[in-house]
Design a protein around this ligand. Structure first.
Ligand code: ADP
Length: 382
């Protein structure tokens, strides 16, 4: 059995529990898995899901008692206005998280359930909450504010919080490591393109803007979310089409984006449909790329000089066509993708621009579990 210390990382959704066992010091991931369909069949609730995860671990020869666990790290989507450092969970923190539930009604409640259950099952370990919004806490005021009346915004804690922060931070730090230069020296754009998708502009390790806002619905076109939308559409659907706010929310979160336009969520399948001549799939892809290029362009303007553009997450790491179409024709702006490098699949961090390209383009696999485990280890050490 390994003698190195480990962290159990948990990411609870309403009907799923993702887990990973990670050595924060070596970066090695010993195991990971997902328990799905919580509430249906034999997995009655999140506690049953966590116990099922432990069963899977022991079947894999990983016994909880000999794993060397030093902490449990919980991914929490929304930290609200005040929570941004990795924080040891106590009853007070749970109470604070509960007051934040209205800000992230789809995401925070299941995380709270997960924290409660894990504390009950593993009472002797420190539990640490790591917030998806944390990295963007200090966005410049110009990027953090919506142009709505200030009294309304401050009374209701409305600001642009940003999400996927753990990934944007990890990937931008890895980009500096890969290039062998100090993080402080780089102007970066990070494109996190998974089912959820977000972009960020980062100067010297400090984020200057990001595409998600008060909720993870703003910004890029995503697997099932619309991204940017004229708020007038929501009023119109409510007032004129008679849709309830709950129905509109569900539509914009679960039935929109690439799925809503093209009938498919997975980009591999979307490409197959496009090849077969499916016009809806083609449109979905074009809208997705158009929005992505708008954000890239706006961040190029924000940064002035961009050293690195990095693609990450499921689509960003695997879909060469998306990367090509996102950056095609930008040689006049100093972005020269090497088609050959871009088309070569690989699992590790890599450069996909020509060596002579003024802006370096990278693909770097994200590892939110490792980043959360390291954040937990940092809390345990301090
Ligand atoms: P999540 O936001 O759920 O963490 P991921 O980052 O795992 O999402 O991304 C999942 C998405 O990545 C899939 O829906 C699919 O569209 C895309 N994807 C995964 N593998 C490939 C691939 N080989 N080629 C193109 N797209 C891929």
């Amino acid at each position: 059995m390994s003698a190195a210390r480990t962290v159990l990382v948990l990411n609870c959704g309403s009907s799923s529990l993702k887990y990973a066992v990670v050595e924060p010091d070596s970066g090695r991931q010993l195991a990971d898995g997902i328990v799905e369909r919580i509430g249906a069949g034999p997995i009655a609730d999140h506690e049953a899901a966590l116990r099922a995860a432990f069963d899977e671990l022991s079947e894999a020869g990983l016994d909880l008692d000999s794993l060397g666990l030093v902490a449990v790290g919980h991914r929490v989507v929304h930290g609200g206005p005040d929570l941004y450092r990795p924080t040891v969970v106590d009853d007070g923190l749970i109470a604070t998280l509960e007051t934040l539930a209205p800000l992230a009604p789809l995401h925070n409640p299941p995380a709270i359930v997960g924290i409660r259950v894990a504390r009950k099952v593993l009472p002797d370990l420190p539990h640490v909450a790591v917030f998806d919004t944390a990295y963007f806490h200090d966005l410049p005021a110009a990027a953090a504010h919506y142009a709505i009346p200030r009294d309304v915004a401050s009374q209701w804690h409305i600001r642009r919080y940003g999400f996927h922060g753990t990934s944007h931070q990890y990937v931008s730090e890895q980009a500096a490591v890969f290039l062998g230069v100090p993080l402080e020296s780089l102007n970066q754009i990070v494109l996190h393109l998974g089912n959820g998708a977000s972009a960020s502009a980062i100067v010297g390790g400090r984020p200057q803007d990001t595409s998600m806002g008060m909720t993870p619905m703003e910004g890029l076109v995503m697997g099932t979310r619309s991204g940017d939308l004229d708020p007038g559409v929501i009023m119109y659907l409510n007032r004129t089409a008679g849709m309830s706010m709950a129905d509109i929310e569900t539509m914009l979160n679960r039935r929109s984006g690439v799925l809503g336009l093209g009938g498919e969520i997975d980009f591999r399948q979307l490409h197959r449909l496009i090849e077969a001549g499916d016009a809806d799939a083609q449109l979905a892809y074009e809208v997705y790329i158009h929005r992505l290029r708008k954000y890239i362009g706006s961040y190029l303007a924000l940064l002035g000089n961009t050293d690195v553009i990095t693609f990450t997450a499921g689509v960003g790491e695997n879909d060469a066509a998306v990367r090509r179409d996102a950056l095609s024709g930008l040689a006049p702006l100093g972005i020269e993708l090497d088609e050959h490098l871009n088309d070569s699949p690989a699992r590790s961090p890599r450069r996909i621009s020509f060596e002579t390209s003024p802006t370096t383009v990278l693909v770097i696999p994200t590892d939110e579990e490792l980043a959360i485990a390291r954040a937990c280890a940092g809390v345990v050490d301090s």
